[in-house]
Design a protein. Structure first.
Length: 72
């Protein structure tokens, strides 16, 4: 699973979000709106993505589908 990657883009502001959500976005390497990063598909990164999914757009072969993919 570690050889797969996800492209994660911050599409909404972190202003007004809980500190844990801001920390998850920062942990993924996201600082600015429309900034994209490529992260490996690990359970740790999936957890950070799940915490801030309402602010993100996730792309890639292993991207979550359905209700968990609200940012797309």
């Amino acid at each position: 699973m570690a050889d797969k990657t996800l492209k994660v883009t911050l599409v909404k502001s972190l202003a007004g979000q809980l500190a844990s959500i801001r920390a998850s976005a920062r942990g993924l390497g996201l600082r600015r709106i429309r900034q994209s990063v490529t992260v490996s598909d690990t359970p740790q990164n999936r957890g950070m993505i799940r915490a801030a999914v309402h602010l993100l757009r996730i792309e890639g072969d292993a991207a979550p589908t359905g209700a968990a993919r609200k940012g797309a």
